[in-house]
Design a protein around this ligand. Sequence first.
Ligand code: SF4
Length: 194
Amino acid sequence: MLYCAACGVKNCANKMGEEGEYPKGCPSLSEKLPAYLEEYQEPLELLMAQKSAVCAPDHSECRILKTIRFAKECGFHKIGLAFCVAVEEQARQVAKIFQQSGLEVESVICKVGHVNRSALQIEGSRNAMCNPIAQAELLNEAGTQLNVVLGLCVGHDSLFIRHSNAPVTVLAAKDHVYDHAPLEYLKHGDTDGK
Ligand code: SF4
């Protein structure tokens, strides 16, 4: 069982040369880790790992600007924007900001295709179904180099990520209660997990 979220040791996060003891069953002791390290030697993996390491330490930069910076550092010029109709105005603004920064944007809304939910045996609403697989496939066809998720619902984002050819980053996670900032629940909600 992997239990890092509950671990009070966090020896893995200590500075190099300041290591202490790892707890029993710690995954940092796994004999598979050298093989996982090898996976970074793939060109795209190495590029993204190196460039995200450049971008990550700057805590003065907001996520929109960091996304632009990461894309440019990686040489990703064509950006996919997979957004939810609930954040259509924000999508318009984000697309404009990306374009003004010199990036090319292909944007696709969740309702693309205007498909009746009955096609998936989902009843009880006249709303067109959300179509994350089509969002991903259309961006695949467009040849986007990095896809940005903006406000897709839980599960729809999973399907989008599963079908996206390009690497995916999440700009905002849908949360109707906390204005798309899900961790706010930890400050304000009943956190017993029910
Ligand atoms: S890797 Fe080991 S030390 Fe680090 S958080 Fe997980 S259990 Fe704790």
